[in-house]
Design a protein around this ligand. Structure first.
Ligand SMILES: [Zn+2]
Length: 299
């Protein structure tokens, strides 16, 4: 026979036991930040692709690329992706339409399954740009513009927060679009680890991002803007980012004399540890959402 007490109290007791069980299970994951895939890692490879940018991010089984290097390196890029065992690129982000960033885009679109393409919405008249756009259209690949305030989920609990560009676009004195300063700037967030990808953003973009929300720039690792040129990496920007490590993507003996000695000095004076793809080859950053390690291909 079930008494009134058993009818009323037993379900409550069962609920309390369940709640305590759930809480205890939650606590057993320690202080891992919310939203992090507890089995996963994020791996970022700043590829050794000569003068240009090509960055590979793997998270939760997804592959995201930021830029595709320059045209002469397109075969090298395709070979690297194949060696990585990649057949599908889930998300391809092109920061701005200069050839050292979109040079390998058509090759990637033609030889790999690309599920989604993002760019800044800036257009140019170059053959490289036109071919890239025609290929996106021909293959009917979903295409989205990114701007400050957007967020892209890249799998495994990691996301990219877009910090720039912001409309209206920056223009040059001659009225043309300032392609570098309208670069997509994205902050990878994975638990308490973060990495800032700046494309070729220069001083104007850096100062605008500080003005918009300077505290958002704070990151664990920085991909240095514009291959270490002296038109990027203002002291104010480096102070806001306050990363421990800086990775510069550039070609050995490049025609632009990147990195600029002044940029290296600014990074050093703000205690950034510098990694360069021209000396170290591909630089790999691996994070579990709390700590991270940085590996070099060549010592
Ligand atoms: Zn560039």
């Amino acid at each position: 026979m079930i008494t009134w007490f058993q009818r009323q109290i037993r379900p409550v007791a069962v609920c309390l036991v369940l709640i305590f069980t759930i809480l205890a299970a939650g606590c057993s994951t320690g202080n891992r930040p919310a939203g992090v895939d507890t089995t996963g890692q994020v791996v970022v490879k700043v590829l050794d692709i000569g003068q240009g940018d090509a960055i590979l991010i793997r998270s939760g089984g997804q592959v995201t690329m930021i830029d595709t290097g320059d045209t002469p390196a397109k075969e090298k890029l395709a070979a690297i992706l194949s060696k990585e065992g990649i057949t599908t690129v889930d998300k391809l982000i092109l920061t701005h339409p200069h050839s050292d960033h979109i040079g390998g885009a058509t090759t990637v679109l033609e030889r790999f399954t690309v599920k989604q393409v993002y760019d800044s919405g800036q257009t140019t008249t170059t053959a490289t740009y036109r071919k890239y756009m025609q290929t996106v259209e021909k293959k009917k690949i979903p295409f989205t513009l990114l701007a400050a305030g957007d967020t892209v989920d890249i799998g495994g609990g990691a996301s990219l927060k877009i910090l720039s560009p912001k409309k209206p676009f920056f223009t040059e004195d001659n009225g043309q679009l300032d392609l570098n300063n309208n670069s997509i700037v994205a902050k990878l967030i994975f638990g308490s680890f973060s990495m800032l990808f700046t494309g070729d953003a220069e001083k104007q973009s850096e100062l605008q991002m500080i003005k918009n929300n300077g505290s958002e720039l704070k990151s664990s690792v920085l991909k240095v803007g514009h291959h270490g040129s002296n038109t990027s990496s203002t002291p104010e920007f480096l102070k806001a980012v306050a990363a421990e490590a800086a990775i510069i993507s550039l070609g050995e003996g490049n025609d632009y004399h990147h990195p600029h000695p002044g940029t290296l000095k600014k990074l050093e004076s703000q205690k950034y540890k510098i990694y360069r793809t021209d000396r170290s080859g591909t630089v790999t950053v691996t994070s579990d959402g709390r700590t991270y390690t940085i590996g070099k291909e060549k010592e």
